[in-house]
Design a protein around this ligand. Sequence first.
Ligand SMILES: [Zn+2]
Length: 269
Amino acid sequence: MLPSDDDDPISWIACSRSHNNKPCGRLFPSTDRVANGGGSQTKIPKWCQRCRDQRKRYRSGAAGQAAASREKASGGPRKRSERYRNSDHGKAAIKIIMNSDAYRKRQRERPRPIIKRISDKIGKMMRDGSLESDSVKANTVFVDNDDARQHFRSTFEAWMNWSNYGANVADSEYNQRWNVGHRIPRALYDPRSPEDIRRSLSKQNLFAQCAKKNNEDLQHGLLLSDSALLSLRCVWPIRFTSLHQLKMQLSAARVSESESESEFEGVFE
Ligand SMILES: [Zn+2]
């Protein structure tokens, strides 16, 4: 039955796919490898080549695409990915990827929206204390490092200080670390508009925010009262002309301001 004899160094694995209650069971060589996640890692497949090809065809076809968007809309993949990322197994896998040269290279070279880029630079100014960035000077009202630090210090909550600046650490409690928060989220601004960039990075809009809250999906703007939102009127994205309009967009845009973890969204099955 086995396609190999005892001298053959290749062992064979039985396909574990069950389709319409019929197990496949075809054998494939244990040397087969498939991509694992979004990186360059591979793993031993569970299915035979034929089943893998079949699934590939289905997924790229109309029916498969429609099923995928239904599934996505249900929030299933997102929850699965979150469970995985928070598991010990998932955390270990993420650590390996994040420490790989390939990942670092991709991070360095990936296009980042200008507002995110400048926000990160402001964060660097907070962290290192010495960096003076031309793009920060050109796009924000901060004249120098001291100016930026002074601004964020003026928005500190009691527990915040210069030694607990940083990105959220998984599983940590609230109020452990802080980083650059946007009262009206970056995603609502038009990155092609210099005026929108300026507004999104204005002192009125930037504040020291608990990193865990910053990472959460809930928009900070949704927590603000109408009068607080109205007091930010001069830094709203230009296209909004009424409070109603702004609030509609705040609740529609469920955008994570996460600094690191969100990019793993959907990477793992
Ligand atoms: Zn199969």
